[in-house]
Design a binder for this molecule. Structure first.
Ligand code: FES
Length: 171
């Protein structure tokens, strides 16, 4: 008697594997339905999570921190400070008699520190020649993928106060 053939001349595995050709489609359909159900469940859970996040997760609140006195730095001058956390280095630039701008000092490419080039009137990253607009922090040239985060400044009794950080495109 052969090990590979049964008396009905069917391969042995067909006897042991009890799924008939006609039922294979049924199993496939069942698997497909299962896949659809799981995918729908996943999407439903994702939507629930987004909904919960919208209602329950608050946007971060930033501290109010005095970063400089008005007139403390000359026009074209720079002051470095940290905001909102001690490890977040920022750069304040006085661009005119009464104009101040501040940005995160961390380049959005590979995190080198940017500096202000008064000659060029822009923020420059020395690592890969990434240049940012001093007006709005947008990328002028080079590999940085995003604008520099802008520090929101307000004036209060002769002081410049950092009130928040704006990330992304700034107008
Ligand atoms: S780290 Fe600034 S351009 Fe690469």
């Amino acid at each position: 008697m052969s090990l590979f053939r049964n008396p009905s001349d069917q391969p042995l595995w067909k006897d042991e594997f009890s799924v008939f050709t006609a039922d294979e489609r049924y199993v496939t359909r069942r698997q497909f339905t299962k896949f659809l159900s799981l995918a729908s469940l996943g999407m439903f859970a994702g939507n629930l999570w987004i909904l919960a996040k919208t209602f329950f997760v608050k946007t971060p609140e930033f501290p109010s921190t005095v970063v400089a006195e008005l007139g403390e730095i000359p026009v074209g001058g720079v002051k470095l400070f940290t905001y909102p956390a001690p490890q977040d280095h920022c750069i304040l630039v006085r661009t005119g008699d009464d104009k101040y701008v501040a940005y995160s000092q961390k380049c959005t490419h590979l995190s080198c520190a940017v500096y202000y080039s008064a000659q060029q009137g822009r923020l420059e990253c020395p690592c890969h020649q990434g240049y940012f607009s001093i007006k709005d922090g947008s990328v002028l040239q080079g590999p940085p993928p995003r604008p520099l985060p802008r520090i929101v400044l307000e004036r209060d009794a002769g002081k410049l106060v950092a009130k928040g950080v704006k990330v992304g495109e700034h107008g």
